[in-house]
Design a binder for this molecule. Sequence first.
Ligand SMILES: [Ca+2]
Length: 224
Amino acid sequence: MFLNFKLENKGDRNKYPFFLLKNLDISTSIKTKISAKSKKQLDVFEAVFGGSFESKLEDTGWTVEGSCQTYSNFGQFTPTDRDKFMVCMTYPDEKSARISREIDITEGVTSLPLSLDYNFLSEEYPGNGISDWDTIELIIRSANGNVTRLVVSSEDLIEAELMFGDMLDLPEGKLAIGQTGWQTFSRYIPVSSGKGEIKIILSSRGGGNKLHSALLVDNIRFAD
Ligand SMILES: [Ca+2]
């Protein structure tokens, strides 16, 4: 006979999940296995990680360099998860903007399913006649020093036809841009246990007009 129980925590830190077992006669032993990537652990992690950017970046442990902050809306763009999202930009003529934070990987975990939603906006778009290209990077450094670095440039995205021309509707007026639209990035990242770091960087090579480039990010989670 097999009995399967599913235990889930939907993200409320103040309510611990529990089973109430009553009048259950089990004549054989019960084996339990709580995976290192269990839903409960992931939700608790999310509650302290601030991956949905609902609070000020500094209040949830993110370190900010350059122009990155949380917004309820940016131009016509709104969050993909809950009420706020994060925007880094290189307005008016900065070379880079980045956020980073420590991640503490549980003993025995060698790979993390990392997902996030992003939209890359850039004035470096053929329709604008600007072509000095900007890049976005996602860097995960493990406690053992291993680094996973994923980079994509506006040039790569335009060549792959993954960026399309649009107008950014700012309070000061409309601005011609290219954008990827909201995309979900999802990948298993090799990690080692201990304290590592996650870093997201937007960098620009040349000058822009008004916006230069912006990277919108929401819903960083450690789940498929
Ligand atoms: Ca959010």
